[in-house]
Design a binder for this molecule. Sequence first.
Ligand SMILES: *Cc1c(COP(=O)(O)O)cnc(C)c1O
Length: 396
Amino acid sequence: MTEHHLATLAVRAGQSRSHEAEHSEPIFTTSSYVFASAADAAARFDESVKGNIYSRFTNPTVRCFEERLAALEGAASCVATGSGMAAILATCMALMKAGDHIVCSDSVFGSTIALINRYLVKFGVEVTYVRPDDSEAWRRAIKSNTKLFFLETPSNPLSVIADIRAIADIAHERGVLLIVDNCFCTPALQKPFELGADLVIHSATKYLDGQGRCVGGAVLGNEQLVGKDIFGFLRTAGPSMSPFNAWVFLKGLETLELRMRAHSAAALQLARWLEVQPGVSKVYYAGLESHPQHALAKRQQSGFGGIIAFDVEQGRKGAWAFVDATRLLSITANLGDTKSTITHPATTTHSRISPAERERAGITEGLLRISVGLEDVRDLQTDLERGLAAVRAVAA
Ligand SMILES: *Cc1c(COP(=O)(O)O)cnc(C)c1O
């Protein structure tokens, strides 16, 4: 199906109809499979014949999701996992050993940093954190034992952009693998493999589902790294995706491109509007001409996504007053949903890091993050106006 465009692949790829000739993809809720004979069972176990064995690592509904996502990202292989964090864990467990070194962006999902600092380090893995927007810092961080580079772009919540092509080139000069967590853009807006990435990670929980229903994840890459190495870890350790969740995600993929275009259009409109509102001191959104990496974002993304961060005046008091004055936005730290959400990073997603580190990372007390959903943008703007009125009331 590789001759087709993304929207077609999102609807069609990966499906193989059963003898029932169903039109929509079925959910195979079975833990195990029956073999035709003792010889057939042996052949499946020794992998001389490909086929279903046990749903920890082979399930038709999960495979449909994997093949569909692989088609969208342009990857040879995909392994689905029980969560985005399980995808990162499986990748590190399969590809790293004691004494290896990982270079990681200092602006990645908080649990990713916790996974490295609390657990991988315990097993003798070394880590260096660098800024995602300073490509040369990645070169300087390389040591003789460096195995992996790990980054997210755009970053959460400040939309800092990493130059995937430049960082991939630096990695490959030294035999290092580049992993890109493509959660914020999805393949609808950014294709990391075309820019040189070796592996792509997803939290399917966010935009792949896009409707806030299930937790899941995936790793994509070539047949050796993903189809053999990471699949081998999944088969053995079992952080697998359930067939039901896979079905929800593969149905989510069918509307991915439409949704990402709508999220991006509404977010750009609101970011432009926020930028000129009294009470807002700064807006972070790569679609704005004022964003220092707007040109890079335009080059490597086909849209800017649904996440906006902005600073309001009056610090925490102003930010909390804003949050509490909204009536439509959901107060939740989740993102990538049809429902718009608002969060105060300093006291939620980034509360566990020290105030000094937070300040250095630009997570101020007045910073708010919104994930722009699919409600009518006029209603969202009205809700944000309520928030801004509350900030001005704090100031008065
Ligand atoms: C949410 C998230 C994860 C973790 O995914 P879970 O499905 O919650 O385990 C990883 N990376 C990014 C960028 C995320 O937003």
